[in-house]
Design a protein around this ligand. Structure first.
Ligand SMILES: Cc1ncc(C[n+]2csc(CCOP(=O)(O)OP(=O)(O)O)c2C)c(N)n1
Ligand SMILES: [Mg+2]
Length: 417
């Protein structure tokens, strides 16, 4: 993967956390004259290594657990961690789940994958979380909403990270292994490989959780369900294809239901979650990886916050497909209102004719009129190349049906179990 070598190169010169930096100068300072100052050249950085005592303590705790579970958080999404993380999972055979931003760091095709925490509690994956007696939390970053909530009753948590945990009411690990995460995991695996006695019933949860998540993925009703849309997008995206999400209700569905096999192939923002970011992030991905399929998935509200970037995409001659999920509403806020039993008020709006809107920028516009056409429309757009906008209506009845009512049932089932 092209990204791996870039990551390795950057990794040697960048301390954690890598990412964009915003520098701002006051106008008067920016206006001052200065002599030419040479930039300080970057020097290679070797990350600190976790002390043996911390590794021994963590290994002992893991060996005592009967239902250990690994969590892959945002900090595990580093190209250089793909191999060490996969090797840790392979060597220890401890089941794992990931956060939204930790998706792909170990392939979701693995038979130890338990799911993705798109909500903080109460989702099917939380059955595994609630049943676990120990969680090895790798790369948890508090920019993400909590993937699970700690409480006085448990679970025991070991934080493995480049940097120490930000301790708060919902996250207060009992042990920490701080240092180069790849190396920490290899040293931990050396200590625990072959010494674990995992409760076989624990793995039994996996098929149940994944079957629940697969529900309605093949349904042909029109407008299509979010589950069907995620399923069809997965069909047309190769393993290294990049899906860039804007921010709206579908992000939860993509996080839960889209199985990733390669790191950084589902780009989403689980931190500030700014609407309007989906199209520009897809444009950047298309510029960096012109040989990979790139799809922006946007809600109608979020897309219209930055839709003028279509002009840039067309001008730059990018190959990018934009899928707009039309519900003529701020669907996510409607869902939040429903969760809290508040009235549904002021959240609907009208849309332009997206096909003609795309054409007015010199892009291709398509409207999906029956569920069976979604795959062929996406496929045709990718084959044609250039900028394509595809509008598909979405049936968001599923938000309340699954993510409110069904999960309420699932939690009470769990509580009485
Ligand atoms: C700039 C910005 N404003 C407001 C929000 C709060 N917000 C989160 S999702 C959402 C609604 C998104 O609507 P849409 O893009 O149509 O997606 P849908 O949920 O309908 O699929 C809003 C208003 C935000 N995240 N970013
Ligand atoms: Mg919408």
């Amino acid at each position: 993967m092209g990204g791996a070598s870039q990551g390795d190169r950057a990794g040697r010169y960048t301390s954690e956390r890598p990412g964009p930096v915003h520098l701002e100068l006051p106008e008067d300072v920016a206006g001052e004259e200065t002599a030419e100052v040479p930039l300080v050249p970057p020097h290679p950085i070797e990350l600190p290594v976790a002390p043996p005592a911390a590794l021994d303590r963590a290994a002992e705790m893991i060996c005592m657990a009967r239902r250990p579970l690994t969590m892959l958080g945002a900090g595990s999404s580093r190209p250089k961690l793909v191999e060490p993380l996969s090797s840790f999972v392979r060597r220890t055979r401890i089941p794992f789940f990931n956060t939204q931003m930790g998706k792909g760091s170990v392939t979701g095709g693995s038979n130890l994958y338990m799911g993705t925490a798109a909500l903080s509690s109460g989702d099917y994956v939380h059955r595994a979380v609630d049943y676990a007696d120990l969680i090895i939390s790798i790369g948890h970053d508090t920019v993400e909403k909590p993937p699970f909530i700690m409480g006085p009753e448990g679970p025991t948590v070991i934080h493995v990270g480049f940097t120490p945990a930000s301790v708060e009411q919902v996250y207060f690990p009992h042990a920490e292994v701080i240092g180069d995460v790849g190396l920490s995991l290899a040293l931990l695996a050396d200590r625990i490989e072959g010494k674990l006695h995992v409760d076989p019933a624990f793995m039994g949860l996996r098929s149940e959780i994944l079957a629940r998540i697969r529900n309605r993925a093949d349904e042909v009703r029109f407008p299509p369900t979010p589950q069907r849309i995620v399923h069809d997008v997965r069909k047309v995206m190769p393993e290294d294809g990049i899906v860039c999400l804007d921010n709206g209700m579908y992000k939860i569905w993509f996080a839960r239901n889209y199985r990733t096999h390669v790191a950084n192939t589902l780009l989403l923002d689980n931190a500030l979650a700014t609407m309007g970011a989906g199209l520009p992030s897809a444009m950047m991905a298309a510029m960096l990886y012109p040989d990979r399929r790139v799809l922006a998935v946007c809600g109608d509200g979020g897309f219209m916050m930055n839709s003028q970037e279509m002009e840039t995409a067309v001008r730059l001659g990018l190959n990018v497909v934009i899928l707009i999920l039309e519900d003529s509403a701020y669907g996510m806020i409607r869902w939040k209102q429903a969760v809290d039993e508040f009235p549904d008020w002021g959240l609907t709006f009208g849309n332009p004719d997206f096909v003609r809107y795309a054409e007015s920028y010199g892009a291709w516009g398509h409207r999906v009129k029956c569920t069976e056409d979604l795959v062929s429309t996406l496929e045709g757009a990718f084959k044609e190349g250039g900028v394509h906008l595809i509008s598909v209506p979405i049936d968001y009845i599923e938000n309340t049906r699954v993510l409110v009512e069904e999960l309420k049932g699932s939690v009470s089932e769990l509580e009485t179990a």
